[in-house]
Design a protein around this ligand. Structure first.
Ligand SMILES: [Zn+2]
Ligand SMILES: [Zn+2]
Length: 272
């Protein structure tokens, strides 16, 4: 079985997963993953009310406790890192140091999930053409804010809101034809800051394609982007490691030869 790397998955420490931590880690291991990093949600604002969530200040500690509780039962050939998926931090930039500095964290995935305008991206009205452009406008604005704050090791699932558009019957994603200038600016910011992006394979599971799309991955490569992590974004044991092998094929087709893993926020490169 090929050795896989998964730098994006969730456990019961996330509000949208009920999978016990140990079960989820072992599901990843049994699916062939040997380099694994936890990325439970550290949400700074609530997905509906948009109010500050004080629990974000305890996630790193809870992550450490969950790891320590299972450490002795982990397979010796599993490299398990600790990370978090930290979203909407740019609304509270004064918390950056506090949330990102716990010394046991190896990896921070930066995300945009929720907007002050309409809450979680799944709640926006993609069926309304006038709203649709606005949603993408807001999404790119918030990704740029996250990139400018420069608090993460890799930016998560660029373009994933295509999933919600498709659920509303509209096939609309980020494209260079419509959003090229802003996407290029975003990628240049990430590269100049020495950060990376992830290829999120959850869209390969449900027919939405990789996040980001191949044309955005190719643009990132052509701009000099080298750091790419890979993640299944599994929230359930049955999705553990799903489509990681396909994601690696997508990366190869886009000219990448390595995926990144992180130790204390320093990337190392694994040939694919
Ligand atoms: Zn996410
Ligand atoms: Zn996630």
């Amino acid at each position: 079985m090929a050795v896989l790397t998964d730098y994006h998955f969730h456990t019961e420490l996330s509000h949208d997963s009920v999978a016990p931590y140990y079960d989820m880690v072992m599901a990843e291991y049994n699916a062939g993953v040997r380099r694994l990093c936890t990325t439970d949600h550290c949400d700074v604002i609530h997905w509906q009310t948009r109010e500050f969530l004080p629990e974000c200040r305890t996630l790193a500690r809870r992550e450490l406790e969950a790891y320590q509780a299972v450490r002795d039962r982990l397979p010796p050939d599993l490299e398990l890192r600790m990370g978090m998926e930290l979203a909407e931090l740019f609304h509270y930039p004064e918390l950056t140091e506090e949330l990102t500095s716990p010394p046991w964290l190896d990896y921070i995935l930066g995300s945009a999930h929720v907007t002050m305008e309409f809450g979680d991206y799944s709640l926006a009205d993609y069926a309304d053409p006038s709203q649709r452009e606005r949603i993408y406008d807001i999404y790119l604005r918030d990704l740029q804010r996250a990139a400018d704050l420069n608090y993460f090791d890799a930016m998560a699932h660029i373009g994933y809101i295509r999933r919600y558009a498709m659920r509303a019957g509209v096939d609309m994603g980020l494209t260079l034809a419509r959003h090229g200038e802003r996407i290029e600016h975003l990628l240049r910011t990430i590269i100049q800051n020495g950060r990376g992006i992830e290829i999120n394979c959850s869209g390969l599971r449900d027919g939405c394609g990789p996040f980001p799309s191949e044309e955005i991955l190719r643009l990132y490569k052509s701009l000099g982007g080298e750091i790419v992590t890979i993640g299944s974004d599994a929230h359930r044991p049955q999705d553990a490691a799903k489509c990681l092998a396909r994601g690696q094929e997508v990366l190869k087709a886009c000219g990448f030869r390595y995926i990144a893993a992180f130790t204390k926020h320093k990337p190392s490169f694994i040939p694919i």
